[in-house]
Design a protein around this ligand. Structure first.
Ligand code: COA
Length: 152
């Protein structure tokens, strides 16, 4: 039976699990220093998906002062846990965090060649706002995506 994942706010003891997760895929990774900073940052929402004491995924939402939007800074699922809806749950949780913080929507950048992430976002109703040529350090291009929710 697939494990049942619980979503909760990250704590300092999750740091090794978060770093192990980041080490499992290539590309821009968050460092221990960045995770530590965001664990204590009132303008960040760092949330983990856990099962059996293991971190299987996380998201990081940033709430910049003076912006009406929240930014999804990072979202990732352990390769062993993919394809079971955890990415979708984490994205929904990120939206909830942004909504509760009073933001009008969520936006972020994604690599154009990241087919899995692009499919996840488009299925969730996100729309492309802009192309970002050579946006990443290795010269890769990105898309900016956003979704605003209806006013309450
Ligand atoms: C993107 C990522 C978070 C998706 O996590 P996941 O748990 O596998 O996603 P889910 O199982 O919730 O999938 C939800 C939807 O996303 C899309 N999707 C997910 N993986 C996909 C893939 N490999 N190919 C095509 N579509 C995919 C599908 O629309 C899927 O819905 P469906 O299963 O009903 O078809 C995961 O692949 C990941 O961690 N990638 C590495 C980190 C990363 O790229 N993060 C995004 C940076 S912006």
């Amino acid at each position: 039976m697939p494990p049942e994942y619980r979503l909760r706010t990250a704590r300092a003891t999750d740091l090794p699990g978060l770093l192990a997760l980041e080490a499992r895929f290539p590309g821009d990774r968050l460092s221990a220093r960045q995770f530590r900073h965001h664990l204590g940052n009132p303008r960040a929402r760092l949330r983990v998906a856990v099962a059996g004491g293991q971190v299987a995924g996380y998201h990081l939402v940033l709430l910049r002062a003076g912006s009406a939007w929240a930014r999804l800074y990072s979202i990732a699922v352990d390769p062993a846990a993919r394809g079971r809806g955890l990415g979708r749950r984490l994205l929904a949780d990120a939206e909830r965090q942004a909504r509760v913080a009073g933001r009008r929507g969520l936006r972020f950048e994604v690599r154009q060649d990241n087919a899995a992430a692009v499919a996840l976002y488009e299925a969730a109703g996100y729309r492309r706002q802009a192309a970002l040529p050579a946006y990443y350090q290795d010269g890769g291009s990105g898309w900016r995506y956003a979704r605003a929710w209806a006013a309450p």
